[in-house]
Design a protein around this ligand. Structure first.
Ligand code: 5GP
Ligand code: MN
Length: 335
């Protein structure tokens, strides 16, 4: 993988560009993709954003989000755009398998693929150019670095700024995580100079759900959360039937895994959800417990040191059992 700086001098020549991100994109994935989209458009490129799957309603306020193609829903259309692409930007994921059903298509493409990502252990051999930096707060910060580094600070208009702000704010837990460096705060000041209403963005992301989602949170925290004080850990496990009962949609479970970490002494929290087609796992930690390694070792996943995800092809019950076994094995590191 050649350094991302090598594309700076190539940005002046307009190209057909596809921008994609990990499946079920969060605010950083969608924000970085649309932020880059608005930047490249100003340079005369023809960018298209393709998401591997659908996405949460609370991302739909982002400028031009309605133009994003859902690969799972519009596969033929997406494939024909991909076939014509000269560049494919891959944002906010480290391995092609994070694009789910789109991964085989991406693998086959012969055009240049460019990685911009902050997850651990990237599949660098799959990309022509790129940057992988686990110290970065967010992929949005890295898109900002690309804009500034390539000498285009003047292209940070409101559309670029709101997308990048949403992603960096969300991936830093509203600027509380250690990765929210002084440089991040300086970047936010520059973005804010584009003149947007940041209060509105917080409301769009966090105060934009339906009643059922809050009732669902109440139900699972009351009935589906187990605390393992001996391991300083907690687990929320959710059967498929509860997702159906509360009419839970994509994005509705975002943030749920953080609640157990508000309990004194809890250093690691897990959320295991039976999504019918697969069992999805989310892990969060505080301090020096490495959930990236944990997710990689036990649940075919990965991510960051303090936030990672994974999956299981076992039943929910078996996955929970395996999680409890894994907790026992790691108990000493959680003390
Ligand atoms: P979440 O629990 O919110 O799905 O994911 C937490 C973090 O881990 C995010 O940065 C996400 O991109 C990453 N992540 C989630 N699932 C996986 C996975 O299966 N593999 C890898 N490598 N990263 C993941
Ligand atoms: Mn991210």
């Amino acid at each position: 993988m050649r350094p991302i700086e090598d594309i700076y001098k190539l940005l002046d020549k307009p190209r057909k560009v596809v921008i994609t991100m990990h499946q079920k994109p969060d605010a950083d994935a969608m924000g970085s993709a649309l932020g880059l989209f608005h930047f490249l458009k100003q340079l005369g490129h023809k960018p298209t954003v393709i998401s591997p799957t659908n996405w949460a309603d609370w991302l739909k306020w982002m400028p031009d989000c309605n133009g994003v193609i859902d690969y799972e829903f519009s596969t033929e259309k997406a494939n024909s755009v991909l076939d014509q692409a000269e560049w494919v930007f891959c944002l906010d994921f480290n391995v092609l398998s994070r694009t789910r059903y789109m991964a085989p298509k991406l693998r086959k493409l012969t055009c240049e693929k460019i990685l911009i990502d902050h997850h651990q252990q990237p599949e660098s051999e799959s990309f022509t150019y790129g940057i992988s930096n686990t110290e970065k707060s967010s992929t949005c910060e890295m898109v900002y670095d690309l804009i500034i580094g390539s000498g285009h600070a003047d292209k940070i208009d409101q559309d670029v700024a709101v997308c990048l702000y949403a992603g960096v704010m969300s991936d830093t837990g509203s600027f509380r995580f250690p990765a929210a460096s002084a440089a991040v705060h300086r970047m936010v000041a520059t973005l804010k100079d584009a003149g947007f209403n940041h209060t509105k963005i917080h409301e769009n992301l966090f105060d934009n759900f339906l009643e059922n989602r809050l009732r669902f949170f109440g139900y699972v925290l009351q009935n589906k959360m187990d605390i393992f004080y001996e391991h300083n850990a907690a687990l929320i496990s959710i059967p498929w039937k509860d997702l159906v009962r509360f009419e839970i949609k994509t994005g509705d479970t975002e943030g749920l895994v953080n609640f157990p970490l508000t309990i004194q002494g809890i250093k690691m929290a897990a959320l295991i959800i039976d999504r019918d087609e697969e069992v999805k796992c989310s892990f969060r930690s505080k301090g020096d417990f490495d959930v990236n390694t944990f997710a990689r070792k036990y649940f075919e996943g990965g991510g960051h040191f303090n936030a990672a995800g994974g999956r299981s092809s076992d039943t929910l019950e078996l996955t929970v059992q395996r999680f409890i076994e894994a907790l026992k094995e790691n108990s000493s590191q959680l003390q």
